[in-house]
Structures are given as C-alpha cells and as structure tokens.
Design a protein around this ligand. Structure first.
Ligand SMILES: [Zn+2]
Length: 453
C-alpha cells in the first residue's frame, strides 16, 4: 500500500510538472509567437527570397510606400520618397529596428496564433498598414536637408498624426549600397535621429529656463531685466553672446528674440540649479517618451555639482545638456495645446495608441503655455520674419545652435508650432554641422510647412 501511494504521488508530481510546462509554453507562444516567428534569422521572412507575403504600407493619402510582388519587397517608385521614409517604413533586412517593417512585422505578415505564418485565408486579413505620414512633406524635408545629417519631425498636435519623420544619413532600401558598413557617410544610418538620438540643444533650451522663471515669479517674470555687454563673468570665466554682441538692457521677450546668453545665464543662476533641473524634468527631460510602442531616447540634464559658470551655460542649453527631437516636438505640441500634449501616432486606426511611459502629458501649466506661446510668436513676428513661412500659419518658434566643439559646425535647431486651427502643426528640426538656426533649420521648417500647406 505504501509503495503504491508513493508511486502515485510521483506520477501526480510528474503530471503537474508536465501540465505546468505545457501551460508555460502555450502562454509564451500566445504572447510572443509573433515576435519569435518574425525574428530576422527566420529565412522565410528576411532577405530577398522571403516566402511570406508582407502587406502593403501606404502614406496618409494611400500612396504606396512598400508592397510585395512575386516574393520581392518593393518600395515607393520615387527614390527621394524611399530615402526620406527609410527610417519610418524600413528596409528588407531589418537594419532599421525602429521602422514599421521591424516593429509591426507580425501584423504585416498576417501572423496569427492558429496558422502561424502559413499562407492561409487568415494571413490575408489585416496585413496592410496605413501610416499617418505625408510622403510629399517627407520628400520636401529630405531635399531641404541638402545632404546634411539630422532629423525632421512634424505632427498634428490636435489629432496626434505624425505628418513628417525624416532622418539622415539614409540610403535607398531598393539599392542598398555595398559600402554601407564601411563608408563613413553612412555612419549612424541605422538610427532614426528623430527617435533614437539626442543633440546639444543650445538656445532652444532657453524656453525651459524661461518657463522656470514664469513658475518662480508668476506676476513679475516679464519685468525681470538684465544688462548685456556681450559677456558676463561667472565663477572665473566668461559666458559670451554670439559674436560678442552687446544687447544692452533687456526684458525676457527681447532676450529670447536676440537669443541673449548673458540674460539667460544670469537668470539660470538666480533660479538655482535645483529649480532649473526640476522644471526641465517636469517638461520632459530625463523621461522617455513613446511612439507606437517604441521608447524614445531621453533628453538629459544633470546639474548636480555644477558651478555658477556651468549653470549659466546650462541655462542657454550648453554644458552637458542633450535634447531628443521627438521630445522637443511633444513639448511644442504641449505649449500649443494649453500645456498638455496629444499622444503622437504613426499608424492610422485606434489599435496602437501609445502609452504614457513616464510622467504625465502635462508638460507646462496652461498659464505658462499661453505666456510661452506669446514669446515664441514674438520671436517670429519681430526677429525671424513671417515671410519665411506660408501665409496665415502664425508660426511660433525658437532657433538654437548647439556648439559641439572640435572642427564641426553647430547643431542647428528650430522648434515650434503654428498657432492655427487650420494648420495645427508642431515641429522639431535639427541639422548637424550647420551654419545657423535660421539658415540651416529654418529653411527646412519652411520647406516642410510649405509642402503641408
Ligand atoms: Zn546678450
């Protein structure tokens, strides 16, 4: 009797272990099956001899960006569109890991839990993807970058639709260059600069320093003045304005329009490192954002232990600060939208709305949003010129030149939005090794907005 009892107990344990393992396998198959089947090393889906028919990818107007014909993956017929949308659409080998072809490959292939990748009726359901981007705006951005490296991202801050997303360096997915791995011109080509890179922000960070002052001195921020003689000495070394220009006594609107470093360096010191760091965090620094399930590179700020000079340079977007274009676009969308940003999306339909991965969608208070909007509008109206942009767009913006040292030109930025219900667009543009904010980045913004008009 005792032996039989022992034996059945062993059998029960074995049965329980078997069922447990089977359950574990099934749960994982259900959760991860699509991912497993779509690994790039599955010869059925990668390369030019794929036996799986991937669905079509179209832009917001239905223009074909990628399709499969006789087992071959074909892209747009327009080479400029292919290059401009490489990082959004993807390539045949999965080099661009943040592209739609990589991140949504199981949807494109029609993978399902019952038939896997086998070519059945089920696989033909729901395998096409309509994007929110406008191929003409993307081509215009690519052309306007003029061979420079950088990133361009624009979205509708009311609906969340990403209208333009272009990253350079890029290549033609239909004629992949043989020296892709060895030619320096393609260095960084696998990265989508709008999502996965960060750059020295330079003067676009003055928006954050200004917002910190609005929070600290709600009724008197606009009356704060500093005098600029072209430079100011902080902790033993100088902080200078561009070309050593002396801007004289200025309030914040004038200082932002002139992009006066002396003003914002002193303002940062009067605010203190802790307050500036806290405001930057509130506005989305040191936080990762999300686009269709892709976590984006954080913008970063770390003022711990910074002396007065370093804090001054931080206040004008230098020191060790870095900014991510996608985050800057969301921040501009928030300012345009009364402080809270609408979650951007890259695919049409309600199926893949992004999640809040950190903090809230409220990046500034509604009062700060309307005051910042006024300052940014004044920049364009009185300093940059409305002639740069299509009529009636009412553009609000800030330029920046992030100095990167050595023998390279600065990172040239323009971030902003149209204060318009007809054109509710927010944007961030960065051009590496450029000549100036307006010249290098402003001309790209101008080209994209014209294409969207
Ligand atoms: Zn100045």
């Amino acid at each position: 009797m005792r032996t039989t009892g022992f034996r059945s107990m062993v059998l029960y344990i074995l049965l329980a272990a078997f069922l447990g393992g089977l359950g574990y396998l099934l749960v994982n198959l259900f959760l991860n099956g699509g991912k497993w089947a779509m690994q790039p090393y599955n010869g059925h889906i990668s390369g030019e001899t794929s036996t799986v028919k991937l669905g079509d990818i179209t832009d917001r107007d239905g223009s074909l960006l990628a399709t499969t014909q006789d087992g071959t993956r074909l892209y747009s017929q327009d080479e400029t569109v292919r290059r401009a949308l490489l990082h959004t659409v993807g390539d045949p080998y999965g080099y661009i890991s943040t592209s739609i072809q990589s991140t949504m490959s199981s949807k494109l292939s029609g993978y399902n839990i019952v038939t896997g990748l086998n070519n059945t009726f089920f696989n033909r359901l729901g395998s096409d993807i309509a994007l929110t981007v406008d191929q003409d705006a993307c081509a215009a951005a690519y052309n306007a970058l003029g061979g420079k490296n950088g990133g361009v991202i624009v979205y509708n801050y009311q609906t969340g639709d990403i209208l333009c997303k272009v990253s350079t360096p890029t290549f033609d997915p239909e004629n992949i260059p043989e020296d892709l791995e060895t030619n320096d011109a393609y260095k960084g080509a696998y990265l989508d600069n709008t999502l996965s890179s960060s750059f020295t922000p330079g003067s676009i960070f003055k928006i954050v320093t200004a917002a910190a002052a609005m929070e600290r001195w709600p009724d008197s921020w606009s009356t704060i003045t500093y005098s600029c003689s072209g430079s100011v000495e902080l902790a033993g070394s100088d902080i200078t304005c561009l070309h050593g220009n002396a801007h004289g006594t200025q309030d914040m609107a004038a200082a932002l329009g002139n992009s006066c470093n002396v003003y914002f360096a002193q303002l940062a010191n009067d605010l203190g490192a802790e307050a500036l760091q806290a405001k930057a965090k509130e506005m989305g620094f040191n936080v990762s954002f999300d686009l269709n399930g892709i976590s984006t590179m954080e913008s970063t700020i770390d003022l711990a232990g910074a002396n007065a000079n370093q804090l001054g340079w931080a206040g004008v977007g230098q020191y060790t600060l870095l900014a991510n274009p996608y985050h800057m676009m969301c921040l501009m969308g928030a300012i345009a939208n009364g402080g809270e940003y609408v979650q951007p999306r890259l695919t049409q339909g309600a199926d893949l709305l992004g999640e809040i991965t950190g903090g809230s969608r409220q990046l500034v208070s509604s009062g700060e949003a309307s005051q910042l909007k006024e300052l940014l509008r004044s920049n364009v109206e009185y300093y940059y010129g409305d002639y740069l942009f299509p009529d009636g767009m009412n553009v609000c913006a800030k330029t920046g030149t992030g100095e990167v040292g050595e023998d390279k030109g600065p990172n040239c930025w323009m971030v902003g939005f149209c204060d318009s219900t007809v054109y509710p667009y927010a944007f961030a543009v960065v051009v590496e090794d450029g000549s100036g904010g307006i010249e290098s980045a402003g001309s790209v913004v101008s080209a994209v907005l014209s294409a969207l008009a």
